[in-house]
Design a protein around this ligand. Structure first.
Ligand code: GLU
Length: 324
């Protein structure tokens, strides 16, 4: 072994020895912080707030939600990645923070596959393009006609640069031959506010945060990313139906810790997620948002993050997507 690699190997062993392999008594009544890497009002925030109380109950402690928005979710995700791996700082990992953003932005300061300890994917959610009611289209066919006739006239809001809303809308534009200007926000919450207020005519969002506005008629759904039409929106086609299958991907919202989380902590938090998701009231609150309850194992969630990251790298390469 060359001297350099020997030193690297020895350092790795020391680091492994220094990491706590077992966290006795966790959580020891200590507060657990769950970081939401987007502003309040978005889907990440909604899922975290549905889960925090039942999770705390199952773990015998309090789970507090902390919003840390910025960089299309990268700021909050980095906060989780750099935390001490003791189980007291966990975060919600989304398709944006672990797949879309790292796939398009080479400057993302963490590796989505190696810098986290995945625990469980809580929910999968459909996505939607929705327009302000003043937009001159209420259905997909007219929407496409309006965009084709007016390249560059309209803009869309998203939860942030490099997020699923940004990438999937760019993919939609590339595939449909349309042009709409991107306006990124610090999360879907503020993006929705401006779209409902008419400052931006349309949004690409995840269903849970958009659905209440759609139900109130303050946003009009045009097309959804979902395996089949949603029972809440039976008249709205899927991207697959309109010939844009690559855009037809779900988002995910799961719990991760920093890399090196002790196995017993992972097991305890995973068991708490499973227990919380067995509660019919919790399931109902998630399902009412248009989401699908998942609750998979740490290994399955790790494999899912890796697979989704690869998918988005493929999307970025194939459609030659770039940050503006
Ligand atoms: N679109 C983001 C995602 O899927 C979530 C946005 C938000 O929660 O504000 O990662």
């Amino acid at each position: 072994m060359k001297r350099r690699s020997w030193i690297a190997a020895a350092t790795g062993v020391l680091a492994a020895l220094a990491a706590p392999a077992f966290a006795q008594g966790y959580p020891n009544n200590k507060v657990i912080k769950l970081t939401v890497p987007f502003a309040p009002g978005g889907t990440t925030d909604i899922i975290a707030r549905v889960m925090s109380e039942p999770l705390g109950k199952a773990l015998g402690t309090t789970v507090i939600v902390e919003n840390k928005a910025g960089g299309g979710g990268a700021v909050g995700a980095l906060d989780t990645a750099r935390a001490t791996p003791d189980g007291y700082t966990l975060g919600i990992a989304t398709v944006s923070t672990t797949a879309a953003n790292p796939a398009i932005n080479p400057k993302i300061p963490y590796n989505p596959v190696t810098d986290f300890t995945p625990i469980s994917n809580i929910a999968a959610t459909p996505n939607v393009i929705a327009v302000n009611p003043a937009f001159p289209a209420k259905d997909y066919k007219t929407f496409l006609e309006v965009l084709k006739k007016n390249p560059g006239k309209y803009s869309y809001s998203s939860s942030g640069t490099g997020g699923i809303g940004h990438l999937q809308m760019e993919l939609f534009k590339a595939m449909s031959g349309t042009f709409v200007t991107h306006i990124p926000y610090r999360g879907a919450g503020p993006a929705l506010n401006d779209t409902v207020a008419g400052q931006v005519p349309m949004i690409f969002d995840n269903m849970p945060s958009a659905l209440p506005f759609i139900k109130e008629g303050r946003l009009v759904p045009i097309v959804v990313a979902a395996p089949q039409r949603l029972k809440e929106l039976p008249n709205v086609p899927t991207f697959k139906e309109v010939g844009l299958e690559p855009v037809n991907r779900l988002a995910y919202y799961g719990i991760v810790g920093p890399k090196g989380l002790p196995k017993d902590v992972v097991d305890k938090v995973h068991a708490a997620v499973v227990k919380a998701l067995q509660d019919p009231a919790v399931r109902k609150r998630i399902e009412e948002t248009g989401s699908i309850v998942i609750g998979n194992s740490p290994d399955q969630f790790a494999a899912q993050i890796k697979a989704e990251f690869d998918v988005y790298k493929g999307v970025v390469d194939k459609a030659k997507l770039k940050l503006d």
